[in-house]
Design a protein around this ligand. Structure first.
Ligand SMILES: Nc1ncnc2c1ncn2[C@@H]1O[C@H](COP(=O)(O)OP(=O)(O)OP(=O)(O)O)[C@@H](O)[C@H]1O
Ligand SMILES: [Mg+2]
Length: 236
């Protein structure tokens, strides 16, 4: 018996003006599942996540979350329903301190429960020592941790992460990987992860899709990620 997917993306098309990027992408994430979206630079991975979150309006297709069609909803309504988004390039408020970044996010939530901040800090204990520091002065890796912590403050049921290890120093890559793994395995968070780093994807993902030419060219389980065709599709 298979459960209904938590997130279901069907026939998604997206374009920038006349430049079409996605030509009908299907991807599903099971409750508690960890799905990895892969593909070369510029194939439309970020475009897909932005369309899933309503940052970009798709030109066709539907996004269903927890059985509800959210395709027409604004981003903040998707966040309220449990979709936590960490965009590429770890967006934080650089002029605000770490504590203020978390507080501002908390104030925008429906639950307003301060323990959500403590829970997010438990995932990234390193941030506890940096609470008074302006986000703009953090390293890339620390900013990424803060960006994920901010998404956690919203108490998501699913985390949507766009290249969380990009430009991050190796010691912190390991911390971020461990955090994603714990959130997924211990807290049962579903994850949709864009990740170029194949070894990390292999360790974390239950399933993957590879985008090429605006469609899902290959999909499968982590075991399938090892074959030659996959390596060719991802060739760097
Ligand atoms: N705001 C925009 N306006 C116009 N074209 C865009 C815009 N954003 C992205 N594109 C183009 O759309 C295509 C897909 O870009 P996207 O950022 O989704 O790719 P990606 O797979 O996330 O790449 P990367 O691996 O570099 O992050 C690219 O050709 C890109 O140049
Ligand atoms: Mg991208």
């Amino acid at each position: 018996m298979t459960a209904e997917p938590l997130l279901k993306v069907e026939g998604l098309e997206a374009a920038y003006g006349r430049a079409r990027v996605l030509f009908g992408v299907d991807v599903a994430v099971e409750p508690g599942g960890l799905m990895c979206v892969m593909g070369r630079n510029g194939v439309g991975k970020t475009t897909l996540l932005n369309a899933v979150m309503g940052v970009l309006a798709p030109t066709a297709g539907t996004v269903t979350f927890d059985g509800e069609d959210v395709t027409g909803l604004p981003t903040h309504e998707r966040v309220r329903r449990g979709m936590g988004y960490v965009p590429q390039g770890h967006e934080t408020f650089p002029q605000l301190t770490v504590a203020e970044n978390l507080q501002v996010t908390l104030e925008a939530t429906r639950h307003r429960d301060r323990t959500a901040v403590d829970e997010a800090l438990e995932v990234f204990p390193r941030l506890t020592e940096l609470l008074g520091r302006k986000a703009g002065f953090l390293s890339g890796g620390q900013q990424q941790q803060l960006a994920i912590a901010r998404a956690l403050v919203t108490r998501p049921r699913m985390l949507i992460l766009d290249e969380p290890t990009e430009g991050v120093q190796p010691s912190i890559v390991a911390e971020i990987e461990a955090a994603i793994e714990r959130l997924h395995r211990e807290r049962g968070l579903a994850v949709l992860l864009v990740e170029q780093y194949l070894e990390l994807a292999l360790r974390l993902a239950d399933g993957f899709v590879i985008i090429e030419g605006g469609v899902v060219r290959r999909s499968g389980t982590a075991a399938d990620l090892r074959d030659e065709e996959v390596k060719r599709l991802l060739a760097v």
